[in-house]
Write a protein of this length. Sequence first.
Length: 294
Amino acid sequence: MTQRTEERLTAYAFIAPYLALFIAFLAAPVAYGLYISLHDWHVLGQSRPFVGLANYAALLQDDLFHRALMNTAYFALLTVIPGNAVSLLLALALNARVRGETLFKTLYYLPVVLSVAVTAIIWRWLYSTEFGIINHYLSLLGGPRPAWLNSPALAMPSLAVMSIWWGAGGNMLIYLAGLRGIPDEYYEAARMDGAGALARFRHVTLPLLRPALLFCLVMSLIGSSQVFGQSYILTGGGPHYSTLTVVLYMYQTGFSLYRMGYACAVAYVLFALVLGLTVIQYRLVAGRREDMAA
């Protein structure tokens, strides 16, 4: 056995455990889900006939799926850009080397370590119409006491605010690491050219922070498309389906109606949509980076 062959076998031996786990817990379930989506697969049914693309065709006529898709897009609109803006503002504030920086980073990051169930319970109390602290202070100011989670107009924005609070700290650390990696020489050169704070942010910070921005935006988009726990725990998809998301609809279809084939079709449509949006987002951000570099 040659040394090169031995090195290759050693490399394969190191990656073999990962490949085994990847195939067993990711690749195989994904392939099996695709197989199920092509069948009229009912959990309690004896017969599970092959129906081809019938489940996918049925989604085109499913008004409830369309509603869930629009709700998910609305949630992404409320959380992806605003949430990343909040994270970036926090990172910019901490990048100024403020006193007590470690304490502030801990406080801002603390919500990230909470589970979605704990976070939802906290915000259920905050949003309570009669006993919530938000409505308490609104009443002290002479304002109304909105039914945050029982109003079709307010329920989804309320979930979005909770989600931004929950996840802002994680992206904040990524942005802060990116900011700390920008050499001070670039800012000094910009100051010598007479650039103000906004000009430095636009022409120095944003271009050099582009990799962190791209990562956070893509991960935020993927996360917002998979929103489930917030809606499931706080509203159950209501009121009047105003917070019914695609993943919640998929869960209800598969585990309440036991239509696993149809639920898997929903999952694959969501996967295709998110993949397409991610590619578009990547091309837009990468294209803007090239334009700014030019």
